[in-house]
Design a protein. Structure first.
Length: 337
C-alpha cells in the first residue's frame, strides 16, 4: 500500500492487508468529512466577516488549498523530468471537476448568481481550456505558451482582487470577530490538511481493497484513481451543499480548473525545460469533451444569469459517457485514437 509515494505494510498480505486497508479507509473518510466541515465553515466565515463575495473566496483561497496536492505533485514530477503525463492528468482533472463535481452541485443546489460576478471568471475558464487546446494542436505544449496561459491566470487573479476590494470594507470585521481570526485560520489549515491526508488515505486504501477483492487494474484506474485527483474538490462541494454554500462550491471548481490549466501546466513546462507532449487521444477525445463540458457550464449561465438544474444533469451525463468510453477504449472494445 502506497502513501504519498512511500510503500507501507509491504509485508502484509491477504486478510491482514485487507483489514488494515479497511481501517485506513475509515480513518480517511473521517478525516475528509471533518476536514471538509472545518474548511468550508472557515472559508464561509472569512467571506461573511470581510464582505468579500463567497464566489471570490471559493475561486481563490479555497481553490488554491484544494489544488495544492496536485501542484506539489506536478512540480515534483517536472523537477524529476517526469512531466509527460501532465497534460492528460490536468485535462482529466478539469473534466472530472466540471462534469462530476459541478454537476452534483448544480443538481443539488442550482440558483441565482450575479452575472457580472460570473461572466469574467466563466469566460476566462472557457478561454483557458480553448487556449490550452489550440496551443497543444502541434502535439506538444511549447514552453513559450506558459506566458500566454499565465496571462489568463493573472487576469483571473486581478479580477478577483478588484472584486474582493469592492466587497470588503476596512472596518467590516468588528472587535469580536478579530479575536476569532487566529482560530479560523487554524481550522482552515487543519481542514485543508485533513482533506489532503484523508483523500490520500481513501485513494490508497481503496485501491488496495479493490485489488485484494479481484477488481481489475483498468477499472481501478478509471474509478478510484481518477476520482482521487478531484477528491478535495468533491469533499468541499459535498460539504458546501450540506451547508447551502453553493457560491463557495462553484467558485472553488472554477478556480481549481483555472489553476490547473493556466498555472500548474505552464509551470511544469517551464521547470521541465521542454514542451509537454500531448497524446493523440488527448487531442481527439479529452480536449473536445472538456471544451463541451465547459461550454455547458459557462455559456447558458452567462446568458441567463443563473445556473439551472438541467446543466447539472447534462454534465453528469457527459461524465458517465466519458468514463464509459475511456473504459471501452482501455479494454480494446473501442479505438478512440
Amino acid at each position: 500500500m502506497e502513501f504519498f509515494g512511500f510503500t507501507l505494510f509491504g509485508s502484509l498480505t491477504g486478510g491482514a492487508l485487507l483489514a488494515v486497508a479497511a481501517g485506513i479507509f475509515i480513518v480517511g473518510l473521517i478525516l475528509t468529512i471533518k476536514g471538509g466541515d472545518w474548511f468550508v465553515e472557515s472559508a464561509s466565515w472569512f467571506a461573511e466577516a470581510t464582505g468579500i463575495p463567497k464566489f471570490v473566496v471559493g475561486a481563490t483561497i479555497v481553490s488554491f488549498a484544494t489544488t495544492l496536492p496536485e501542484l506539489l505533485v506536478s512540480v515534483r514530477a517536472a523537477m524529476n523530468g517526469s512531466a509527460q503525463l501532465a497534460i492528460g492528468n490536468a485535462v482529466g482533472s478539469v473534466t472530472a471537476n466540471t462534469t462530476l463535481i459541478m454537476g452534483v452541485s448544480l443538481v443539488a443546489m442550482a440558483g441565482v448568481i450575479k452575472r457580472k460576478d460570473f461572466s469574467i471568471k466563466g469566460g476566462l475558464f472557457l478561454a483557458a481550456v480553448v487556449g490550452l487546446t489550440l496551443l497543444s494542436l502541434s502535439g506538444a505544449l511549447p514552453v513559450w505558451s506558459a506566458f500566454i496561459l499565465w496571462t489568463i491566470f493573472i487576469v483571473f487573479m486581478v479580477s478577483n482582487v478588484i472584486e474582493g476590494k469592492k466587497g470588503a470594507e476596512s472596518d467590516y470585521i468588528d472587535a469580536h470577530e478579530k479575536k476569532e481570526i487566529p482560530s479560523k485560520i487554524l481550522f482552515f489549515v487543519l481542514g485543508t490538511a485533513f482533506i489532503i491526508f484523508g483523500a490520500e488515505f481513501l485513494v490508497s486504501s481503496g485501491k488496495t481493497i479493490a485489488t485484494e477483492i479481484g477488481i481489475s487494474e483498468t477499472i481501478i484506474g478509471f474509478t478510484v484513481m481518477a476520482l482521487g485527483t478531484s477528491l478535495p474538490e468533491l469533499v468541499t462541494t459535498l460539504t458546501a451543499i450540506r451547508k447551502k454554500e453553493n457560491s463557495l462550491s462553484v467558485g472553488n471548481i472554477i478556480g481549481a480548473n483555472i489553476i490547473d490549466t493556466t498555472l500548474i501546466l505552464p509551470l511544469c513546462s517551464v521547470i521541465n525545460g521542454q514542451a509537454l507532449p500531448v497524446e493523440k487521444i488527448n487531442l481527439v477525445f479529452d480536449f473536445p469533451v472538456c471544451i463541451a463540458a465547459c461550454a455547458v457550464a459557462v455559456v447558458p449561465t452567462i446568458i441567463q444569469g443563473r445556473f439551472k438544474k438541467w446543466q447539472g444533469f447534462v454534465l453528469l451525463a457527459i461524465y458517465a459517457l466519458y468514463m464509459l468510453l475511456l473504459v471501452l477504449n482501455e479494454v480494446g472494445v473501442l479505438a478512440l485514437a
